[in-house]
Design a binder for this molecule. Structure first.
Ligand SMILES: [Zn+2]
Length: 153
């Protein structure tokens, strides 16, 4: 843990900057993803190499992937149809253009979406919901504590 980190950095770093550059939500260093640019895909690094914030403790789930799939699908199909209807290029132009563009744009937008979600999770201190079984154990302990208090009085 690096003590020189200003605790207010998360307030000064804008969400958009954090999401676009893959910045750590705590220290704002560019350590959120494994590789530089799209070489590292859209996988989080295990932890921040600067402030040791544990990225594995966060769970952004599949929300970004589903959202990005719909968004990219609509965008690429619209662009492909526009190109086909206006210029009618040979088929290989579509393959050469849209396959790499889809891959690159999907990875980039996944990184942005996951970066935004982990930053929001960190700022709002979001946690997994406590399971019903754990709640039952806790409430049973509370009842026991209340009943022993009643006996003592
Ligand atoms: Zn950090």
């Amino acid at each position: 843990m690096n003590d020189s980190i200003d605790p207010d950095i998360k307030e000064r770093q804008s969400l958009i900057a954090a999401a676009f550059f893959g910045n750590c939500p705590r220290c704002a260093e560019r350590t959120l993803f494994d590789g530089v640019m799209i070489g590292g895909g859209a996988n989080f690094a295990p932890k921040c190499t600067h402030c040791d914030l544990d990225y594995d403790a966060f769970n952004v789930g599949d929300g970004p992937a589903a959202f990005i799939t719909f968004l990219m699908g609509a965008l690429i199909v619209t662009l492909a149809l526009t190109l086909e209807l206006s210029l009618q290029p040979p088929f290989y132009v579509h393959v050469l253009l849209w396959v790499p563009l889809t891959i690159v744009m999907t990875i980039l937008s996944l990184r942005v979406a996951k970066g935004a979600l982990i930053t929001l999770e960190y700022r709002n201190k979001a946690k997994e919901a406590v399971s019903a079984a754990v709640k039952e154990i806790v409430s049973a302990d509370e009842k026991e504590a209340l009943s022993t208090d009643g006996n003592d009085a």
